[in-house]
Design a protein around this ligand. Structure first.
Ligand SMILES: [Zn+2]
Length: 139
């Protein structure tokens, strides 16, 4: 087995990318521990895993999600919930999440960010709606 192959430890199916294997664990073995989940940050692995799950749930419709969208999805499903501030922290500090767009609500200081899980395969048009003014990303 080459180093490039990622194998499921439950059913032995193989994947070219770790990302695909990780998704496989969520989709095919939802009740079993996801061995890739806690590799980097064990302490908050469950929360970060839940955030990733949101991207998988939406991926057929949207590859890019706003912080508010993720927050609603999360709080509808998990009884402990998450605040927008805490969610933003995880989105900013975990390398698998990429900021795609930032915008400010017209005439206010209220900002919103849009995120992808991993790199986008191709650029995606994000409809931010008429009341948002795009803010350039600094990094
Ligand atoms: Zn499997």
């Amino acid at each position: 087995m080459s180093e490039e192959t990622h194998q499921c430890k439950y059913c032995e199916e193989q994947f070219d990318e770790e990302k695909m294997l990780k998704k496989h664990y969520y989709v095919e073995h939802p009740k079993k521990p996801n061995p890739l989940n806690n590799k980097i940050s064990r302490k908050y692995g469950r929360i970060v895993g839940n955030i990733e799950r949101c991207f998988f749930a939406y991926e057929k419709t949207y590859a890019v999600l706003s912080t508010s969208q993720i927050e609603s999805w999360y709080n509808e499903r998990y009884k402990n919930g998450i605040t927008k501030q805490r969610l933003s922290h995880f989105l900013r500090t975990r390398s698998q999440f990429r900021k795609v767009k930032k915008a400010r609500f017209k005439s206010t200081n209220l900002t919103e960010s849009w995120w992808s899980l991993g790199d986008l395969e191709k650029p995606v048009e994000v409809d931010i709606g008429g009341y948002w003014v795009e803010v350039p990303l600094l990094d």
